[in-house]
Design a protein around this ligand. Sequence first.
Ligand code: NAD
Length: 337
Amino acid sequence: MKLLVCGGAGFIGSNFIRYFLNVHPSSEVVNFDKLTYAGNVDNLLDIAENSRYHFMQGDITDLDALTVAIKKYGITRVINFAAETHVDRSIHGGCKDFVLTNTLGTQMLLDAVRFNNIEKMVNVSTDEVYGALRLDDFSKFSEHTPINPNMPYAAAKAGGDMMCHAYYVTHKVPVIVTHCSNNYGPYQFPEKLIPFFVFKLLKGEKVPIYGDGLYVRDWIHVLDHARALDMLLDKGAAGEVYNIGVDNERSNLEITHMILKILGKGEESIEYVADRPGHDRRYAIDALKITKLGWVPEYTREKFEQGLRETVEWYRINTAWVEKLWARRDEFNAHIK
Ligand SMILES: NC(=O)c1ccc[n+]([C@@H]2O[C@H](COP(=O)([O-])OP(=O)(O)OC[C@H]3O[C@@H](n4cnc5c(N)ncnc54)[C@H](O)[C@@H]3O)[C@@H](O)[C@H]2O)c1
């Protein structure tokens, strides 16, 4: 397979590329990435010289550039991670770039897929498009839950998802949409909760908790997400939506206490700060559909402590990667996902 990976220099895309090249020894990957503040070529330094890996800097809103990449490398399948992803930036920093990349960019990519006879496209999206669940019930998001985004980031992602649906119905573009829960693992840009807190604690700083800290997310290891996407590139049905999650609901406060314990720190390292406006209380994923297709996650809820410990340890020992980003800390110091 010759796979075009859009947004492959970010957190999930880079983990996916490494995984994909490893399990498909005769496939090639073209990483098409704009290299925004969140794109980091250091995430793929270890495979930069691999003859089956190619990099092209480009913007998914640019149909001509996408077409060049597809034709030059004889691309047969496409997966899209390219997005503006930070909720707080979409609230406090203006959200034009979110709409441009997450909605318009997805539509441009759909055109590129349509006009170049691509066999299959997977559009990687988020559980946040479903809106919020209550803390005091056991409901979960299924693929039939109405799209009801509350955050500008999520609304822009929902716009891209809707385009996928419309292009499938109208133009028979063979596209699949996925809605995954919160990811954790190595190589995440440190504006997001887990690396942000680990970075700060490693530097002896306090960690800020929004509001009462009882905001619940359903945490999945990034490699389990990569395994699910790899399977969908092969077995997923065009026009379908698949939820991805491992039944691992945890509050921000619980995650914080687990990280504090791993790093040998106490309550005094926590400071409570003013809440995020419109903060969604809880997300939870029903992943029965993809499980029935044969996806088996490795980091189940029971193995979360191990996965988190490995992740914290990765940030602790990869000092060159951390220090380079820590030098840019003014860019992310006020943000939490
Ligand atoms: N991180 C999570 O917990 C999570 C959970 C569910 C779904 N997702 C989705 O997964 C995808 C990847 O998330 P991530 O956390 O790896 O994001 P990230 O912010 O780490 O990386 C995004 C990548 O996209 C690139 N990019 C941005 N705009 C672009 C454009 N116009 N053209 C080409 N490249 C562009 C950036 O340079 C960067 O490399 C996103 O679509 C996100 O909505 C993320």
